[in-house]
Design a protein around this ligand. Structure first.
Ligand code: ZN
Length: 672
């Protein structure tokens, strides 16, 4: 192993205080030596590159390779298998590969909820050995239903729920159906908001709970509205409601709170609480209660079907797989899949047998395996009850992951048959797509939020006696900061604000994550070769953070320039660096009162560089100051090399300050 130096500058004591000048001494572990004594070590990035060339495949690397080395690197290669070679290398780092096509693999960090169809096949084959008839299956089923509740901690959440009446909006009437918004308090001060689609026809109606997935535009998007309204036109009351932290729930806890295990509990709690409320309505037929949702909404449907016996028919859409539990913490944040010693969504859905289920799948996502794996598995369980007619799979082999018209058609057909809906009313063209704000309960800007409403995610955590990862809170703080930067520009253009916010948020997260994942301890505590002085912790911090990909900075600058003027862009950079540019420029002008235009232009050019570079560093006192020191050093050298004497000017300046202070003290003493 040896170290190499990319760039190095000196540093010395500054009249401004603190050290200055610097380094960018990048110390990276690398090794070209190829012998037993050095364990044939190579950097991970290089090993992957060589595997790509050797097997003629493209490796798209999403995982961080910086500073990571592979011992016995070439000996891990299996000349006959790219996949075995990748496994041998990646398993050292908790990384894995995902095959995208014959020539492309994605390198990712290990994800427990996302496995492979081969893994799913093995799990289902194993699960099939646990039960051979309805009697043995019923035992397994009882264990799963009990343990899922425990793993999800749903009962303690439900015990804390209040029995309140929802806040209801005016009813809006459309062709064959009405829509009414609601905000239902679940736990004290915590609301779930949604809209109820009710048929215009009289009598008792079927009820279909429609938990939302992670679709763009959430429950407000037109695919979603179309489905709810069409089912309502045919005779089913449909309830659409926000994901936790999405839609109006974001007013209470921010969107970031969605990506927590608490969301997993709350969303199921919301479904059950909404069902409790809906069953108090006189127009609902309690024997015809169903659930349908797509993607993450489908994951909720499976869990609701496992937990709540009041459901009579369910239709998880583009979600079910034995090898994927759902990629969002709201689907897999609680260890539900560890129930019964290890389970999967396909087995959980099987606990619904023999009641009617239709699984909608497609060829363009993880549900591509349903016809070969999950559907035959479910058929076997339904066979235990002689209820094969109650399980179906609509597989759209040429479609992708969405809730498009053909998937909706599959859902309509299923509920027309199981809940005897009126097929003659099936006509999506009769649906009115409402603007998002029409579907709010809390007003256009949340101004109608009830006085008792929770307004911070921390309040929710306290009710769950559970603390989310520190990163979630860091995310929430970071997002507030990004939003305040955008707000300060007063752009008065919602779309532009959203884009600028996204650019800043992405950049801030990249800077923070790189900083946290590459602490100064990853840089050896060596010396600066230029001066022989020991590197301080801040030096090592800057070295570690300066190794981040260039794209982090480039994406920020190009992203901002797409929507902002140069002046607005500078405002953002100033906010990042808390006005250090202006403060330092003022300092130079005070020290060099007779600064020429040419000199000033140079000072400004250096401080602009400092400001732009400093935004990529996290700590204000440490790294950002260190970056400014580099350029302040340049300015001082420039003065020295162009006929000025910095030390003298600085001394004159401090003497002047001292004299002024003394004069002031004297006047004050005389006054007394
Ligand atoms: Zn989610």
């Amino acid at each position: 192993m040896k170290f190499f130096i990319i760039n190095c500058r000196t540093f010395f004591k500054s009249p401004f205080g603190g050290f200055r000048g610097l380094f960018l001494l990048f110390v990276a572990a690398t090794c070209n030596a190829q012998s037993y004594e050095t364990q044939f070590t190579k950097p991970l990035g290089q090993v992957l590159q060589e595997i790509g060339i050797r097997f003629n495949v493209k490796l798209k690397c999403e995982a961080d390779t910086v500073g990571k080395v592979v011992s016995f690197a070439d000996f891990r290669i299996r000349p006959y298998s790219v996949e075995e070679s990748l496994t041998n290398v990646l398993s050292l780092f908790d990384y894995k590969f995902a095959k995208q096509d014959d020539k492309t693999y994605k390198i990712k960090v290990y994800e427990y909820p996302r496995r492979t169809p081969e893994d799913g096949a093995k799990l289902l084959a194993y699960l099939n050995t646990l039960y051979k008839d309805s009697a043995s299956w019923n035992l397994r089923r009882a264990t799963l239903k009990k343990e899922v509740r425990e793993r999800l901690q749903i009962d303690s959440a439900l015990a804390k729920c209040v029995q309140s009446k929802p806040i209801l909006s005016k009813i809006r009437k459309f062709d064959g159906y009405t829509v009414q918004n609601f905000a239902l308090e679940t736990m004290p001060g915590l609301y779930v908001n949604g809209s109820v689609y009710t048929p215009l026809s009289k009598g008792k109606h079927a009820l279909i709970l429609c938990p939302n997935g992670h679709w763009g535009g959430g429950r407000y998007n037109s695919d979603e509205q179309t489905r709810f309204a069409t089912l309502a036109r045919m005779g089913a009351v449909c309830v659409s409601y926000d994901l936790f932290g999405w839609g109006e729930s974001a007013l209470q806890v921010t969107m970031t709170a969605h990506r927590t295990s608490i969301a997993h509990i709350i969303q199921i709690m919301n479904g059950i609480t909404i069902l409790d409320y809906m069953l108090t309505r006189k127009d609902i037929d309690p024997k015809r209660v169903g659930a349908n949702g797509g993607s993450g909404g489908g994951s909720q449907v499976v869990l609701l079907a496992t937990i709540d016996d009041r459901f009579a028919a369910v239709c998880p859409t583009v979600s079910l797989a034995s090898h994927f539990d759902g990629g969002c913490p709201c689907e897999s944040g609680m260890p539900v899949q560890l129930a019964g010693g290890g389970t999967c969504n396909a087995e959980l859905l099987a606990t619904f047998a023999p009641k009617p289920v239709s699984v909608v799948s497609d060829g363009g996502d993880w549900t591509a395996s349903v016809p070969e794996l999950e559907y035959p598995y479910l058929q076997r369980i339904y066979g235990f009850y002689g209820a094969l007619k109650n399980i179906s799979n609509i597989h759209l082999a040429n479609e992708k992951h969405d809730f498009g018209v053909n998937k909706r058609k599959a859902v309509y057909d299923f509920f027309i048959n199981t809940f005897t809906l009126n097929a003659q009313m099936l006509d999506e063209s009769k649906v009115t797509i409402e603007p998002e704000k029409a579907m709010y309960s809390f007003g256009d800007n949340g101004e109608k939020m009830p006085a008792n409403a929770i307004r911070e995610f921390k309040q929710v955590e306290r009710m769950f006696d559970k603390k989310a990862d520190a990163k979630i809170h860091s995310d929430i703080d970071l997002e507030k900061r990004a939003q305040s930067y955008v707000d300060s520009l007063k752009l008065n253009d919602k779309e532009k604000e959203t884009r600028v916010y996204a650019v800043i948020r992405t950049h801030m997260r990249a800077v923070r994550d790189w900083h946290n994942e590459h602490p100064y301890t990853t840089v050896p505590a060596g010396i600066n070769p230029r001066t022989g002085e020991k590197l301080t912790d801040v030096h090592r911090d800057v070295i570690a953070c300066s190794a981040k990909p260039k794209s982090v900075h480039e994406n920020l600058m190009t992203g901002l320039r797409k929507d902002l003027t140069e002046q607005q862009l500078e405002t953002i950079l100033d906010l990042y660096t808390i006005g250090k540019y202006h403060f330092t420029l003022k300092g130079f002008k005070a020290i060099v009162p007779d600064m020429t235009e040419k000199e000033e232009a140079y000072v400004i050019s250096q401080l602009r560089l400092a400001r732009e570079q400093a935004v990529d560093y996290k700590t204000m006192k440490g790294e950002i100051s260190a970056i400014f020191e580099i350029y302040k050093d340049n300015v001082e050298r420039y003065f020295n090399e162009n006929g000025r004497n910095w030390r003298t000017m600085y001394k004159t300046y401090t003497n002047k300050l001292k004299a002024e202070k003394e004069a002031k003290n004297k006047t004050e003493t005389e006054k007394k």
